[in-house]
Design a protein around this ligand. Structure first.
Ligand code: AMP
Ligand code: GLY
Length: 423
């Protein structure tokens, strides 16, 4: 079987490594991939949003199955276009991907179907939004409706911040047309948990829970990033929380998407906040999380390709989806300065015995040398029977990997470990 994966970061690397465990997989192409992924797949220099070129490549190459892993191509309808030429895909069509593509859609959807989330108002007019934030409860959260590279949610701790957030998004068009509409929502508190789930539109199978670390520096200080590390399972996702999330959020979401004529097939990402009133949805994503995937897939015992094909064919209830009882921790090694300015082009050395534990996000190959080429360079995964063991294993590996200008958080999993002790 010849497979094409659309995307080019650590998440895609984790997906590719897992797919390769199935002996039916003969070839994997990654569009565009990166210098690290090149060790596991044939990277093709086609951008992940160049849908005509992706479709053309799939046609010429005889792709049997495509995994569209990134948000932008999914929201733009990459799956619809590939289906038109007869290529089956893992991932939602455009109609279903709107659950991530539009915050206004997802908030109205949750309200309509009684799915717990923060209270909110929608604005299409900057003056009315400014009027509202002059008297609304503070803190508040201002969100651009459309995609904004994960930076479209502004948590405002003061009224001044809320006013400038509305101005930046609606008047200065910081995120372009994505800010034509905004959502202003209630500020929630509590630990955040990610639950990725496989669904074929009817059956839904949640994966092991995980927790991301979004801030750049230790103790959750510094700027928001694409994610500096993850652990799985999340100790905040207790049996009790899991039951409530399943009954009030996960099952109703999949059922309601089907009822709306938007059956969701692929990986549906539930970003939850465990508030004092129970779990509530912070965001939905229409794809695997990055770097959550890097800790979730290593714990998957069942075959990933079989599960993916079953989500596409509507047979998810017939395939086993089993996770190991152990834990995993991923530490992201970044270029110092990320998410702002940073230097790149430094050689990366990874000992051979660690190659299976490393998922590369931002590196290029030059004269057979792997050089840093991005902010987040790679994720290093440690596993263990328990979370403390997994964290220890990850940091031991990090200590053996080197490149110029490397930076990483020293406290990935620390809060989760203290939450474990409290229980
Ligand atoms: P989003 O892009 O919607 O996932 O938001 C990004 C981050 O902003 C989340 O992971 C939360 O940490 C924070 N956030 C978003 N919405 C809220 C909210 N209503 N209350 C508190 N924090 C929020
Ligand atoms: N880790 C957050 C995301 O993938 O959106």
């Amino acid at each position: 079987m010849t497979i094409m994966v659309v995307g080019g970061g650590g998440r895609e690397h984790a997906i590719i490594k897992k797919l390769k465990e199935n002996p039916a997989v003969e070839r994997i192409y990654c569009l565009p991939g990166n210098g690290g992924i090149a060790a596991d797949a044939e990277c093709v220099p086609i951008g992940s949003t160049d849908i005509p070129a992706i479709v053309d490549f799939a046609k010429k190459t005889g792709i049997d199955y495509a995994v569209v892993a990134q948000d932008d191509p999914l929201v733009m309808g990459c799956v619809d276009e590939l289906n038109k030429i007869g290529v089956p895909c893992f991932g939602p069509d455009k109609k279903a991907a709107i659950i991530e593509g539009s915050k206004v859609f997802s908030k109205n959807f949750m309200k309509k179907h009684g799915i717990p989330t923060a209270e909110y108002e929608v604005f299409e007019d900057a003056d009315r939004a400014l009027e509202y934030v002059k008297s609304c409860k503070i803190p508040t959260v201002v969100k651009a409706d459309g995609p904004a590279l994960g930076k479209g949610a502004l948590v405002c701790m003061s009224r001044e911040e809320a006013v400038s957030a509305v101005k930046e998004i609606m008047e200065d068009k910081k995120f372009g047309a994505s800010g034509d509409k905004i959502v202003v929502e209630e500020f929630m508190t509590g630990p955040e948990v990610t639950v990725l789930s496989f669904t074929d539109g009817e059956t839904v199978v949640p994966m092991v829970s995980s927790t991301d670390h979004k801030r750049a520096h230790d103790n959750d200080e510094g700027l928001n990033t694409g994610g500096m590390g993850t652990v799985a399972p999340s100790p905040y996702y207790t049996k009790e929380v899991e039951k409530e999330a399943l009954e009030r959020i996960i099952l109703p979401t999949v059922k309601a998407m089907k009822a709306e004529g938007r059956p969701f097939k692929g990986c549906l990402y539930f970003g939850l906040m465990i508030t004092p009133e129970g779990p509530k949805v912070v965001e939905y994503n229409c794809r695997f999380g990055d770097p959550e995937t890097q800790v979730v897939l290593p714990l998957l015992k069942s075959d990933l390709l079989d599960i993916m094909l079953a989500t596409t064919n509507g047979r998810l209830k017939d395939v086993p989806v089993e996770f190991s009882d152990g834990a995993a921790c991923c530490v992201i090694m970044a270029s110092d300065g990320y998410p702002e300015k940073y230097e790149k082009g430094f050689e990366i050395t990874i000992p051979d015995d660690l190659k299976d534990s490393v998922y590369v996000a931002g590196a290029k190959l030059e004269d057979e040398k792997l050089l840093t080429s991005g902010g987040r360079v790679l994720g290093v995964v440690g596993r263990g029977e328990s979370l403390p063991e997994a964290v220890k294993a990850a940091y031991e590996k990090v200590g053996r990997i080197g490149f110029g200008n490397a930076y990483y958080r020293r406290d990935i999993g620390k809060k989760a470990l203290s939450a474990l002790k409290e229980r």
